[in-house]
Write a protein that binds this ligand. Structure first.
Ligand SMILES: N[C@@H](CCC(=O)N[C@@H](CS)C(=O)NCC(=O)O)C(=O)O
Length: 214
């Protein structure tokens, strides 16, 4: 058995990105197993029947298969940038924002990104539905440049990969919108050494291969 935790991940998955960001920030090393969603390894299916990524397997075989639990686990070990909420009010605010991101916004985002699979509405309608949340994030940044004040927090880390996905569906459209605070915020994360370090490309994991330490 590996002495290090194992993370099943998919490079472009926004849930896996947020997990990798928190893990990298925490300084915890682990074995990274890049997964192809179309051909998930049996080892992943064996430890999590729902078979979404990310999945973290701890050395004592505890399985965390929700990205938010993985974030809390990593930052609970070490939170050098103080991303975790500092008080109950912040916790409530961050949780509400991330809930909205993972709920309605993610659904609208999927419709917008894969509009050809949802012909009931046009891509523009789906984008307008997603834009409500985008506009609210842009307003939120007015206060201090980050979603919950003047410092990066769990909320920014958890939500940024989804805004990235939204922006990249039609980057030239996004760049010409009036969401200027969100554009600056997004560029800040996209260009950060932390993000670049968690976006390295790895070939899909194969059973028996030498562990790739992340
Ligand atoms: N609630 C889960 C959602 C994870 C999720 O849906 N991940 C997607 C990839 S972005 C996935 O694994 N989908 C399963 C599939 O495509 O087979 C979490 O936060 O970890």
């Amino acid at each position: 058995m590996s002495a290090l935790p194992i993370l099943y991940s998919f490079r472009r998955c926004p849930y896996a990105m947020r997990a990798r960001l928190a893990i990298k920030a925490s300084g915890q090393s682990l074995e990274l197993r890049e997964v192809r969603l179309a051909d998930k390894p049996q080892a992943l299916l064996d430890c999590s029947a729902k078979a979404t990524v990310p999945v973290l397997v701890l050395p004592d075989n505890t399985v965390l298969d929700e990205s938010r639990d993985i974030l809390m686990w990593a930052l609970g070990l070490h939170d050098p940038h103080n991303w975790l909420p500092q008080d109950q009010q912040q916790l409530t605010n961050m949780t509400a924002l991330i809930d909205e991101n993972d709920g309605d916004f993610k659904q609208h985002l999927d419709h917008y990104k894969y509009a050809d699979r949802f012909p009931q509405q046009s891509m523009t309608v789906y984008r307008q539905q997603a834009e409500g949340f985008i506009a609210s994030l842009d307003r939120q940044l007015q206060e201090g440049g980050f979603l919950c004040g003047d410092q990066c927090s769990l909320a920014d880390i958890a939500i940024f990969p989804f805004v990235r996905q939204f922006a990249h569906v039609d980057k030239s459209w996004f760049d010409q919108t009036g969401y200027s605070r969100l554009q600056v915020w997004l560029a800040h994360f996209l260009n950060s050494p932390l993000f670049l370090s968690v976006m390295e490309k790895y070939p899909p994991w194969q059973p028996g291969q030498k562990a790739l330490i992340f």
